[in-house]
Design a binder for this molecule. Structure first.
Ligand SMILES: [Zn+2]
Length: 165
């Protein structure tokens, strides 16, 4: 998802780079970057929304660098429709982790059960978007599974076995 900028960014790209960017306008737009060729470089009129939500106190120079890095990565990558720049993946991973439930946070029983249900529906419930462990075993899951034979717990046990295999 892209977000229009109130004040466009001006990237001082050389003619060769502008020409190269011109061949990947559609892919850049799909990644959330909308740009226009102007005399002194490229004018960026929208950026991925995750770039703006990622850091509240991000300076304009930092945002400009992030967008420039994104364009460079897109230009350096062979055309593939499913391509997502690492800058976007990193911003999304950061947002996902910062919004997560933290260890030690008090939760109601219903919220805990809901969290287990949601985790059991994931392909990799034991790691965050960065690949870091997201769960800490306080009790062996097979032990607790004997007492809680609900489907979400069975799914977690199966995924844990598959994940460790
Ligand atoms: Zn993470």
């Amino acid at each position: 998802m892209h977000c229009p900028l109130n004040q466009p960014l001006i990237l001082p790209f050389c003619e060769e780079k502008k020409k190269s960017a011109g061949t990947k306008v559609d892919l850049l737009q799909k990644c959330g970057v909308t740009l226009k060729d102007i005399a002194i470089g490229l004018e960026v009129t929208s950026v991925p929304l995750c770039f703006l939500l990622r850091k509240k106190h991000q300076t304009r120079d930092q945002l400009q660098q992030l967008v420039s890095d994104t364009i460079d990565e897109v230009l350096d990558t062979p055309l593939r429709s499913e391509f997502i720049p690492s800058t976007v993946v990193s911003a999304l991973a950061s947002m996902a982790c910062h919004g997560s439930v933290r260890f030690g946070r008090k939760m109601s029983r219903d919220s805990c059960l809901q969290l287990i249900r949601l985790l059991s529906a994931q392909k990799l419930p034991f790691q965050c978007a960065h690949g870091r462990p997201s769960l800490v075993p306080l009790i062996k899951i097979p032990t607790i599974a004997k007492f809680l034979l609900s489907k979400p717990v069975k799914n977690l046990v199966a995924r844990k076995k598959k994940f460790n295999a």
